[in-house]
Ligand binder design. Structure first.
Ligand code: ADP
Ligand code: ZN
Ligand code: ZN
Length: 695
């Protein structure tokens, strides 16, 4: 019987082509079938959304083009999956086709039926060659601690999303593993999705999952999905998940869209991490989509963190999520003691206060390790001429180029422009141009000098190392640096916040944060929340070995020691901190008590960017329901120009999610028209960011 499939293709919402395109086919195709269809002169991958037996209204049956090929070597995508991408498209103001096709592994978009069948066959062969039941290396599950048992029982009994609020080192991972085990044992086709915020964190968790599950479910049961894989690896992982052969999928935010026909459990580890929010294309939150997906699939979802996002914490307070707490640390280690250094009473200009330096020297002399956090890469954030006031501004951005001493370059961290450091001031010829401020490179150098007379227990000199995006750029560099640290080759590690995440640094007994103050008074209302999480997490690195934990310390240099954030930090009281932040947010009408979206515009000139936003704001006044939302004036971004593109944004706020959603949906078509407003000449692109993380 002739049918009229509606097919999702990768058309952006702005293309005006519509959500789906209609084709014809000699028979009815199940929804979710992968097909190849003609689009203009090309032949593209598509997904059947639905397939009525009569031509849809408005379609001329004669002119409808036939589907080119059906990729029937693959089972169709599930109804739950289609529902997920439909929701994601609607909620984040993109087209369903864009989200759906964009989530598939790139090679799948280019394969024809024959190539795909060949690829699948080859995969089966590779999989069959893997040992199905490996030998003795399998690890044994430890006996759960009482807090873990209680959390696991609570999790398995929960009828809502679970917020696992467990201190660093409380053994959350073990709880995830047991919950996964329970689901996988219950049904032979069950699948588990585990999300982590960063690619860096996948290797150690993958190793743990394999050690635990390979023996039970075979060496093919665990697959990874993240952007660090080759296209072929991504395709292989995706196919394994889609065909049900993979039982556990471990991945970063993109993996929330993996096709998992047997999905029974989703784990979102470090759920507070901003990396779960995509910053381009569809700006989705993988954490929020995980919760939605679990609802659609009727499966479990657990969000884990020692410092949950205030959104999740608030949801737990309201009872929408079930909170399960594990306050204790495995092995009984206590959390580090907070040592605040009041910089008002320290010698001027010292990067490290003398008492902190003293404490570090003592630790190193005892054979312990220290971690020093500084959130600034490079040698110095700016180079300046004291004769004429020249500064190393970036010619393409409204930002300074950072001085990197190692290769004597000035590098812009926004557009990537790099050039050699000039010998003399480009403006006045003065030879005396000097770095201003301090980055990790300089701190590493400085610390090596300050600690030069200190000896390790074996009499050898102190070793200082640095770990940041620059030092780990080369493949394998991060692993090598972690190894050096674990094996005790390094005594003092200087790094950006990337070192605070997830890694297990057993012998670190002192963590120091040098410039925490910036976040205390930032205009971004999420800055204190991030600082608290960073310090708790960094502190959690310290004293994991009970042997050392009694003496472990978290040092914070600050000009504002009386700030309330530190009082909560001192007692490791996240609940108290969250309560006071939420009270402030409620009073200020901020999320999670209000719901926000940003309309962002990029243009050749700031006038054009704002001109577009102003036109959009005028169009909004005409819409029904516009009185229920607040539109703020268009403003330039903090870093207004990047790579010669001027950037501006407009904040939209509403008291409830549905109100905001209704408004955005009504606004969307009008935004397209605003592109041609005379004031918007020079507009390059615009995008809507729903639930933005940074304003
Ligand atoms: P978290 O993710 O909560 O910070 P981890 O899951 O990394 O904590 O656990 C901390 C350490 O405790 C790990 O080395 C882990 O292997 C160990 N561990 C977890 N649960 C147990 C247990 N029940 N018995 C013994 N060791 C455990
Ligand atoms: Zn000069
Ligand atoms: Zn630049």
């Amino acid at each position: 019987m002739e049918a009229w499939p509606s097919v999702l293709v990768s058309t952006p919402v702005h293309s005006g082509l519509g959500e789906v395109l209609s084709y014809r086919h000699p028979s009815v195709l199940p929804a979710g079938t992968l097909v190849r269809v003609p689009l203009g002169a090309r032949d593209v991958l598509g997904i059947v959304r639905d397939c009525p037996g009569t031509p849809p209204a408005g379609l001329d049956p004669v002119s409808a083009r036939p589907i080119s090929a059906v990729l029937d070597a693959l089972p169709p995508l599930s109804a739950g999956w289609l529902q997920l991408v439909r929701f994601a498209g609607q909620y984040y103001q993109r087209s369903m086709g864009e989200v759906a096709l964009g989530s598939l592994p790139p090679p799948l978009r280019d394969l024809d039926t024959v190539q795909l069948a060949r690829r699948l066959k080859r995969q089966e062969k590779v999989a069959a060659a893997l040992p199905d039941t490996p030998g003795a290396s399998a690890d044994v599950s430890p006996t759960l601690h009482p807090e873990q048992s209680a959390a696991l029982a609570g999790l398995l009994a929960a009828d809502r999303p679970v917020l696992l609020f467990g201190a660093t080192g409380s053994g959350k991972t073990e709880v995830y593993l047991r919950a996964a085990e329970a689901e996988l044992d219950a049904r032979p086709d069950a699948q588990v999705l585990v999300l982590v915020p960063e690619i860096n964190l996948t290797p150690q968790l993958e190793a743990r999952l394999r050690a635990r599950f390979d023996a039970r479910f075979g060496a093919r049961a665990v697959v990874c999905l993240h952007s660090g894989l080759t296209p072929a690896q991504r395709l292989a992982g995706w196919l394994a998940a889609h065909t049900g052969r993979a039982r556990i999928v471990l991945g970063t935010r993109m993996a929330v869209f993996a096709s998992l026909p047997g999905l029974r459990l989703i784990v979102v580890d470090e759920e507070h991490d901003p990396s779960y929010k995509s910053q381009d294309g569809a700006r989705y939150s993988a954490r929020d989509l995980a919760v939605y997906r679990a609802k659609v699939e009727g499966c479990r979802v657990v969000l884990g963190s020692a410092t949950p996002s205030l959104e999740s914490w608030h949801a737990a307070e309201q009872g929408r999520y079930q909170r399960l707490a594990m306050p204790g640390r495995i092995g009984g280690g206590s959390l580090p003691r907070l040592r605040l250094v009041d910089m008002n009473h320290q010698p001027k200009g010292a990067a490290l206060a003398p008492p902190l330096l003293q404490a570090m020297s003592e630790r190193v002399a005892r054979g312990e390790q220290c971690l020093v956090l500084l959130n600034r890469r490079g040698y110095a954030p700016v180079l300046a001429c004291h004769a004429c006031g020249w500064k190393s501004g970036c010619p393409h951005c409204s930002a300074y180029r950072v001085f990197h001493k190692i290769d004597r370059t000035l590098r812009c961290h926004h557009c990537g422009t790099a050039s050699r450091v000039p010998r003399a001031c480009p403006d006045c010829g003065n030879l005396d141009i000097a770095p201003v401020g301090r980055g990790t490179e300089q701190l590493e150098e400085h610390l090596a000098e300050l600690l030069v007379d200190v000896r390790r227990p074996d009499g050898s000199p102190v070793r200082v190392a640095r770990m940041d995006a620059d030092s780990t750029r080369l493949k394998g560099a991060l692993e090598a640096q972690l190894d050096a640290l674990h094996s005790g080759e390094v005594d003092v590690l200087v790094g950006t916040q990337m070192v605070a995440k997830g890694h297990d640094f057993r012998r670190i007994t002192l963590v120091a944060a040098l410039n925490a103050d910036a976040a205390l008074f930032a205009s971004d209302h999420r800055a204190p929340e991030r600082l608290f999480a960073l310090l708790m997490q960094a502190g959690g690195r310290a004293g994991r070995d009970a042997l050392h934990s009694e003496a472990s310390e978290l040092w914070v240099q600050t000009w504002h020691p009386a700030h309330p954030l530190f009082a909560h930090l001192r007692t490791h009281d996240f609940a108290g901190f969250a309560a006071s932040e939420l009270t402030e947010r409620e009073a200020a009408g901020m999320p999670p008590f209000a719901h926000q979206a940003l309309l962002r515009a990029d243009a050749r000139t700031q006038e054009a960017a704002q001109g577009f936003l102003n036109a959009a704001a005028r169009a909004a006044q005409e819409l029904p329901g516009s009185e229920d939302v607040t539109l703020y004036p268009a403003v330039p971004l903090t870093i207004q120009r990047v790579a010669n593109v001027e950037r501006a944004q407009l904040l939209i706020e509403a008291a409830s999610r549905p109100v905001l959603q209704r408004f955005l949906a009504a606004w969307q078509p009008g935004l397209l028209a605003c592109r041609s407003d005379p004031a918007a000449r020079g507009l390059l692109r615009f995008a809507v960011d729903v639930d933005p993380l940074a304003l």
